[in-house]
Design a protein. Sequence first.
Length: 286
Amino acid sequence: MKRVRIALSIIIFVLVLLLSSTAAQGGKIRGRRRLPCKQMVFYFHDILYNGKNAKNATSAIVGAPAWGNRTAMAGQSNFGDLIIFDDPITMDNNLHSTPVGRAQGFYFYDRKDVYTAWMGFSFVFNSTQHKGSINFAGANPVLNKTRDISVIGGTGDFFMARGLATLMTDAFEDDVYFRLRTHVKLYECSESAIAGSDIASGLQSLPFLGGLGNISTGSFSNKELCSRCFSWDFWCTCVYFGVSTLLDATSSDSSKSEDEQKEAVSYIGGVLFLIFAVVTLIEIVN
């Protein structure tokens, strides 16, 4: 019985430690800034039709206010102009680089006093590196150095993607040409969009782990993985098994009771060692 009391005291002590550790880690996880599961940088090049460059133009004014026309922007803030575009996307800022896809959509200037636009478009990829599309929408205050618009979906490699794209005007020539640097940061990625190691891919495929982020690029929480692999239910099950075995042992005949007590104490010792090893590993990694 003395062993039973000691073992039960150890179990209660460990349960208290686990509860306090779980609460503390929960607060840390909630306060941690979420990291993107994938990041990419592209450039798209817009050449506006001006009445003389039909051969090279990749965009055109399709709607203009009453005082404007379709070959020139309408005044100081371009208010009322609607532009459709089919622009090449490149991996660098060279217009003549091999395109990896097309930026297809529209933007319109929607404020009279400020040079700003609203955009809705897709990156449609046709390269060996990427397949599918990414969809974007949001306000583009052109005079700001950087602007964020929403990633609202995708197809193929980017199925159901969610995130942000940071736009920066990399170059421009009057109203005819501009180049946008587009830094895409995805916070919800399909498995095919995550370029990880074989281990990362294997972990991502386990349904009970859920989304772990991009392990290969560091946006992965070791504590999160451990908490999902060794959940609170898991530890409770282990403790319950040990306690129930001890209680059964105390109610059995003396010879069998002694053997079962030894077995239970050994089992609980193994569980405690495993808990200690896991916690130590987490602290070392983090």
